[in-house]
Design a protein around this ligand. Structure first.
Ligand code: SF4
Length: 253
């Protein structure tokens, strides 16, 4: 085991244990989009842990968006990868890409896209007898989502480490809650995980990408501050009194 793999497993265990993400007997659908985060998650979950329970089974699930330019399709590459890992898997071909990008221009295609993808994923996990769904969302996704919600959603909130969904039939878990994106990318490179082409025309111009750019440019000016770290830690220091004082007797909606 490489030092990086050992470190990531240890940090994952902290997150899994802190939020009681996995229980003995769980059947976990791992959402594999094809990005390095989800492939790294599947890889790291596949050989169990030292302290938290390893008594769980995995099902890799890929919802194929149906981008027409896929050749060879990412789904086919992933199928080969799942087989080489000897992991149980389901690959579902969909026409979500057509729905999201054809017809009248949508104001926010990412919103519709993730809604449709999530719905499909939940249906597959439920159908296949899973009680949990693990996603590769990491600490930076939590930070970006918090800022996205404030800047565009007019609310303060972010991704939950553990979240009951689908009328409580399933629980969403995010074992990378404490892990930074850069470390996951390094691990994916070191482990030789497949690097699939990004096929979405919206990729790189989404609001999420804008928030990432914003933080990057701020960080360049604040060389001695850990801005991302500060945003994450702010979630542990919420001054409820200041919200109450601000909103008392006033309706800001
Ligand atoms: S970038 Fe593309 S694939 Fe990702 S959520 Fe937006 S529309 Fe969907």
């Amino acid at each position: 085991m490489t030092p990086l793999r050992r470190k990531l497993k240890a940090v994952m265990e902290s997150g899994i244990s802190d939020f009681r993400m996995i229980r003995p007997g769980d059947r976990i659908a791992v959402a594999v989009s094809g990005g390095q985060d989800s492939l790294a998650l599947l890889n790291l979950l596949s050989d169990g842990f030292g302290f938290v329970t390893s008594d769980y089974s995995l099902l890799a699930v890929h919802v194929d968006m149906g981008f027409s330019q896929e050749e060879p399709s990412n789904g086919r590459v992933l199928e080969g990868h799942f087989r080489s890992m000897r992991v149980d898997y389901r690959i579902e071909k969909t026409a979500i890409a057509d729905e999201v990008f054809s017809g009248r221009l949508r104001k926010n295609p990412c919103f519709v896209c993730s809604l449709l993808r999530r719905k499909r994923l939940y249906e597959i996990a439920d159908r296949e007898g899973c009680n949990k769904i693990a996603t590769g969302h990491h600490r930076d996704d939590i930070i970006d989502t918090l800022l996205l919600n404030i800047l565009y959603g007019r609310k303060i909130g972010t991704l939950y480490p553990v979240q009951p969904i689908f009328r409580n039939r399933l629980t969403l878990i995010r074992p990378f809650v404490y892990i930074e994106e850069a470390r996951i990318k390094r691990f994916a490179g070191e482990s030789g995980l497949p690097l699939l082409p990004r096929l979405c025309p919206q990729d790189g111009s989404s609001r999420r990408a804008t928030v990432k750019d914003l933080l990057r440019s701020l960080q360049r000016k604040e060389k001695h501050a850990d801005l991302r770290g500060n945003v994450f830690k702010s979630l542990y220091h919420v001054e409820l009194k200041s919200f109450q004082a601000l909103t008392q007797g006033q309706d800001f909606t």
